[in-house]
Ligand binder design. Structure first.
Ligand code: DLL
Length: 435
């Protein structure tokens, strides 16, 4: 079995990785300064010229870019190549404000697909595999990215896109799919549908899943692994930086290797912008050093995580990022307490509930309210029937211990929480409607 897609790069020495980054950063900063009026203006305002950037040690001198800059520069303002050199756009699923549009040259697409190919090989994929891609296709990067990676590895690729879940399972069985790519919430739904159709994991040939595009917990990983009889791996990325494959998990399943030959990662304090040492939680910032059409320097992702340079047993040497614990702008502040939806998910799954839940936040009489709808399985529904209130109280108490504030828990009948085929909508914050 193939262990790496590009061993000489993925297992390069730290000195070699640093040398690549130094050289590529210097070149990229010059390129952006010369070809991108928007970022040149930011550098001029900060009093920085390309000569000030001699290596990665100077990275902190460069100004940050935020999603707001992308909106301001929409659509063409942050390109560093003319449109005639570009062959593709992709875009975010953003529902508010202007969409983010990212541009790619053919070389950008090749590199992006190579990054996804590294992720597929890292979960044990090779040309004997049948790779079923159920991320959305189209403007969303999930489908096209993993599809391209799967081709590069030489897997038989099933470009399913999301939805029509019974048909997904039929193809999975008929063609003997061995690798599944989709969001973790959709993977859980596929597992549930498999069960509802009367099948067990023994009736399918899946061995691994590559799941990302939304936060998910370790408890959710175990739930999906059991439902589908597979190993579930995380993959991370964002449209602005290319799409899936900015980082990916290996057999250790303890964080995602960032493709450092293409992206320099920093962790900063989100309030002050100060760069934090490895091991501290903060906001992830990326600089794309090989992108041609749409290279972003010091792009603030809003994703909160930790970097680790601990030696990995898989042999890869690129830095690892922890699972993002959520986006700093997804963090809920309820009655003054910081709440991440992932904390609630952890408690639910530990207490034996399904990952079918929704968090409702509102403000009534100037007080924040937190309601959590949790769906029961058929078995729980029968068993809990004469004491639902007691179970609601018990679960509310467990969540209170985790969060420090008391929610109102509602245990609901099976199939009453809407399922997700892409990124799950876990939180409905009605306070925003009042503002
Ligand atoms: O979600 C790219 C992607 C597709 C990644 C398929 C993995 C698999 P966007 O739609 O631009 O791109 O959303 C990017 O999604 O900033 C994170 O907040 C979140 N995100 C992506 N991957 C993960 C993950 C794609 N593994 C935003 N864990 C990012 C947690 C993730 N959050």
């Amino acid at each position: 079995m193939r262990k790496y897609y590009q061993e000489e790069i993925e297992c390069a020495s730290p000195e070699q990785i640093k040398a690549w980054q130094d050289e590529r950063l210097v070149k990229q900063v010059k390129n952006v300064y010369e070809n991108n009026t928007y970022y040149r203006k930011l550098m001029d305002e900060a009093g920085i010229t390309p000569d000030d950037i001699q290596s990665t040690a100077d990275l902190h001198k460069l100004p940050f870019l935020t999603k707001n800059d992308l909106r301001e520069a929409y659509p063409y303002g942050l390109m560093s190549r003319p449109v005639k050199d570009c062959v593709r756009i992709q875009s975010t699923s953003g529902t508010t404000g202007r969409r983010v549009v990212a541009f790619y040259t053919q070389n950008d697409i090749d590199i992006w697909e190579e990054c996804c190919a590294r992720a597929i090989v890292a979960v044990g994929g090779d040309e004997d595999d049948v790779c079923q891609v159920c991320y959305g296709y189209g403007l969303f990067t999930g489908g096209p990215g993993l599809n391209g990676g799967s081709h590069k590895v030489g897997c038989l690729t099933l470009p399913m896109s999301s939805g029509n879940t019974e048909r997904q399972i039929q193809f999975m069985r008929d063609l003997g799919s061995t690798i599944l790519c989709c969001t973790p919430s959709y993977a859980a739904f596929i597992g549930e549908t498999l069960h509802d159709m009367g099948f067990t994991p023994d009736d399918i040939r899946l061995k691994a899943g590559i799941f990302g595009a939304e936060p998910w917990t370790e408890e959710m990983r175990r739930d999906i692994e059991a439902k589908l009889g597979i190993k579930a791996y995380d993959i991370y990325g964002l449209t602005e930086i290319s799409g899936p494959g900015v980082s990916f998990e290996c057999e250790e399943q303890t964080g995602m290797h960032i493709n450092e030959d293409h992206f320099i990662a920093e962790i900063i304090n989100p309030d002050t912008g100060e760069v934090l040492p490895d091991g501290e939680v903060g906001e992830l910032v990326f600089t794309s050093i090989t992108k041609e059409a749409f290279p972003l320097l010091r792009y603030r992702t809003r994703d909160l995580c930790v970097l680790s340079r601990k030696k990995c047993s898989c042999g890869r040497t690129h830095v690892k990022m922890s699972k993002p614990m959520g986006r700093s702008d997804d963090m809920l502040i309820i009655r003054g307490v910081n709440v991440f939806p992932s904390q609630i998910e952890t408690v639910l799954l530990k207490e034996g509930y399904t990952p079918n839940y929704q968090i409702l936040v509102d403000r009534i009489n100037n007080t924040d309210t937190l309601d959590i709808n949790v769906e029961l399985t058929q078995e729980q529904f029968k068993e809990y029937n004469d004491n639902v209130e007691g179970y609601e109280k018990k679960l509310a108490a467990a969540i209170t211990t985790m969060l420090g504030i008391r929610p109102k828990v509602h245990l609901l009948a099976p199939k009453s929480v809407v399922r997700s085929e892409g990124k799950a909508v876990r939180v409905i914050d009605k306070r925003k409607l009042h503002d």
